[in-house]
Design a protein around this ligand. Structure first.
Ligand SMILES: C[S@@+](CC[C@H](N)C(=O)[O-])C[C@H]1O[C@@H](n2cnc3c(N)ncnc32)[C@H](O)[C@@H]1O
Length: 279
């Protein structure tokens, strides 16, 4: 069955109210971060407390539509001059002083670029980042993905999103492997952006995440084809493309900008065409 895709123009806070309670088992999203990004329609400049209040409003709606075993993967980046934003938002969403909206079950680091030194002393660098021209700040090569759940006890498919063992002898040594060459990859996810030739043509949006990031969330959540994915801040539909490629049951995305939704439709058409050519 192809993924049922619902792309809806409008304010997610209002539009989510039309969704049934408890039927969404996966939410992956990246809201505007209030860092002055130049979106088509949204003004990304409200003051911090108004921004947090707004986030609590839409997150309350997200919680209402989530099933008890749902996972909510919240991607939030920072700016070097504004490093506390992700933590302030997270504290508001999980504040234990009041009834918390969510429990923080895992924290993932989405690594966009990394340099590692091999045992032979060679330095290998991979990925892309926006270089910062500064004497006090280093280049910012990661963002957070907070894994929020209602209970803090939602089981994950750690191996489904896992990696093969480097030392294959570990497979037989440890019982928990069940003889399979896959281990949990941990909470550092190196997922680079695709290399593009033209920003305006290939990625016409100022703040996207890569398809691979959403695919990884779908895999680790582990509900396979039965996944109903919601992204309240659809942008140009990266989550929609991941839903389509993963063959999950359904995807619902909202955006206040019609042009971004039009790009989403184009991206999905291109996916379909590519698939037709393959067969
Ligand atoms: C960080 S971007 C999401 C990008 C997306 N993850 C992608 O890869 O294309 C946030 C998006 O939220 C949209 N937006 C802002 N306020 C909104 C609202 N109240 N309801 C729905 N969408 C909104 C903006 O137009 C922007 O496209």
């Amino acid at each position: 069955m192809p993924t049922a895709i619902h792309l809806i123009h409008g304010d997610c806070l209002e539009k989510m109210k039309n969704m049934p309670a408890g039927e969404t088992n996966l939410v992956v999203t990246s809201p505007p971060y209030n860092l002055g990004i130049n979106y088509n329609t949204y003004q990304d400049t409200s003051d911090r407390s108004a921004f947090i209040t707004w986030c609590l409003e839409w997150a309350t709606e997200v919680k209402r539509v989530m099933s008890e075993d749902a996972s909510f993967f919240l991607n939030v980046g920072a700016a070097p001059s504004n490093p506390l934003l992700p933590h302030q938002l997270l504290l508001a969403l999980t504040d234990t002083g009041k009834t918390p909206l969510f429990t923080l079950q895992n924290t993932f680091h989405w690594v966009k670029s990394i340099s590692v030194q091999t045992r032979t002393g060679e330095t290998v660098s991979a990925g892309h980042f926006k270089p910062i021209n500064s004497k006090r700040y280093v280049n910012d090569c990661h963002e957070y993905v907070f894994h929020l759940t209602k209970s803090g006890t939602v089981p994950l498919d750690r191996r489904g999103a896992g990696v093969p063992y480097v030392y294959k002898s570990n497979i037989a040594r440890w019982g928990h492997t069940e003889g399979k060459d896959k281990r949990c990859r941990g909470n550092t996810w190196f997922i680079p952006y695709d290399t593009i030739m033209s920003r305006s043509k290939d990625r016409p949006h100022p703040a996207t995440f890569p398809v691979g990031l959403v695919e990884q969330c779908i895999r680790i959540h582990g509900q396979g084809e039965a996944t109903n994915l919601l992204d309240p801040f659809n942008g140009i539909g990266t989550s929609a493309v991941a839903a389509y490629r993963s063959g999950i049951s359904s995807y619902t995305g909202f955006d206040i900008d019609e042009d971004y939704l039009a790009v989403t439709h184009e991206r999905l058409r291109a996916e379909e065409e590519e698939e037709t050519e393959l067969f």
